[in-house]
Design a protein around this ligand. Structure first.
Ligand code: UD1
Ligand code: UDP
Length: 384
């Protein structure tokens, strides 16, 4: 059935996000929505993260119309869920969006989609279709993403493989748009070859003659033993390799901090620093030699900058860069993490094999494709 375009003029699109990675990856979409005639862009942040979210909003000059401000220290999944769901009810009633956009796999994502469903609002899922196949890894993200897929009307899949995952679950092909990942749109805006860091330590490091490793770790399923294994392996690597420097911008989660400072706090050449704003962080990826991470987003950014990544997880929902050879799954056991890192530091041939710039995740135009698809959806509501 054709719908009259005037009914949706303007199309009110509300983007809901709450954590650092969602903000980074939604910022280019919000900017694209803002400049598109016929669309009214509304932003609601849950503030599941606070400081780590605010720095991204500042960088991209995004001023949310709604801010639920729900973050509490050491928050549980149940608490986040309840606070977001309650807060969104009134926001949705007041803003009356035609479509709600959520991103990825956080608790904000799933609850945002659920609140949209309860308000009978259409849902667009950005970064749809990634699957590890294990509901507990990443936890709770694998399930958050799958459930959001059940609630979505439009699925913006970064890769053909992600589209394939959705098709296997019975999602109709015409509701899936393969767009690339918006993280590449964001990355291309901030990486500069002559970037100067505000934190002088980062300017002083000898990136040419030292083996500089960028480390991040924050996953819920790694808290406890796996994280202890990861940091112990890194300690061993540093003790054995005198030319290694580790830069570790540490997540604000107090549970991560406790383990990290206990194991790595006094280790020479391990620089534990506060989380970096996105611009310096992306430029740091570009400067260092190797990345060790359990992050999702960094697995997508580093390959496009030609940096080898060892993934500190048992499995990944982002296999494309591993297929391309730039990423290896190092797992969460101390010995294997040590072995692979030590090899990458000391075996030039192995390093060069992995240090290839590959870009399976996008060409920097994902946001444009997403907004075009939304316009198309409301012009002819062909998916009902
Ligand atoms: C969340 C997401 C995870 C995502 C990660 C990105 C869920 C369940 N988890 O995990 O998918 O990969 O964000 O970083 O949605 N904190 C601060 N200030 C901040 C941010 C966090 O102090 O700006 C501290 C708080 O004590 C907070 C804790 O970190 O309670 C954990 O935050 P939370 O959002 O619950 O979990 P993350 O591990 O950050
Ligand atoms: N990032 C950042 N500062 C940091 C660490 C990471 O800006 O100190 C960026 C990184 O470039 C990526 C995103 O944050 O775009 C990833 O966030 P995180 O690792 O917290 O979450 P995940 O991607 O695992 O969900």
């Amino acid at each position: 059935m054709k719908k009259n375009k005037e009914l949706f003029n303007p199309i009110r699109v509300m983007s809901i996000f709450g954590t650092r990675p969602e903000a980074i990856k939604m910022a280019p979409v919000v900017k694209e929505l803002e400049k598109t005639e016929g669309i009214e862009s509304i932003v609601c942040v849950t503030a599941q993260h606070r400081e780590m979210l605010d720095q991204v909003l500042d960088l991209f000059h995004i001023k949310p119309q709604y801010d639920l401000d729900i973050m509490r220290a050491g928050q549980t999944l149940n608490e986040i869920t309840c606070r977001v769901l309650t807060g969104l009810k009134e926001v949705i009633q007041e803003a009356k969006p035609h479509m709600i956009l959520v991103h990825g796999d956080t608790t904000t994502t799933f609850v945002g989609a659920l609140a949209a469903f309860y308000g009978q609002i259409k849902v667009g899922h950005v970064e749809a279709g990634l699957r590890s196949g294990n509901m507990y890894s990443p936890y709770p993200e694998e399930m958050n993403r799958s459930l959001t897929g059940r609630l979505a009307h439009l699925h913006f899949a970064p890769t053909k493989g992600n589209e394939g995952n959705l098709l296997k679950e019975g999602i109709s092909k015409e509701s899936i748009i393969v767009t690339g990942n918006t993280v590449i749109d964001a990355l291309l805006q901030v990486v500069k070859p002559d970037y100067k860091f505000e934190l002088d330590l980062l300017n002083k490091i000898d990136y040419k003659n030292k083996k500089v490793i960028l480390l991040t770790s924050h996953r819920r399923e790694n808290l406890g033993e796996p994280m202890k294994n990861i940091f112990s392996a890194i300690k061993e690597v540093v003790m054995i390799n005198e030319d290694v420097e580790i830069i570790f911008p540490i997540h604000l989660n107090p549970k991560v901090r406790e383990i990290a400072f206990e194991i790595l706090g006094d280790v020479p050449r391990v620089h534990i620093i506060e989380p970096l704003d996105y611009e310096p962080f992306a430029n740091l990826i570009n400067r260092c030699n190797i990345i060790l991470t359990d992050s999702g987003g960094i697995q997508e950014e580093a390959p496009s900058l030609g940096k080898p990544v060892l993934v500190l997880r048992a499995e990944t929902e982002r296999p494309e860069a591993a297929w391309a050879g730039t990423v290896k799954i190092a797992g969460i056991e101390r010995e294997n993490i040590f072995k692979l890192t030590h090899e990458l530091i000391n075996n030039e041939e192995e390093y060069n094999k992995m240090a290839n710039a590959v870009n399976p995740y996008g060409d920097g135009k994902a946001s444009h494709r997403i907004v075009k698809a939304i316009e198309e959806y409301f012009r002819i509501d062909k998916y009902e």
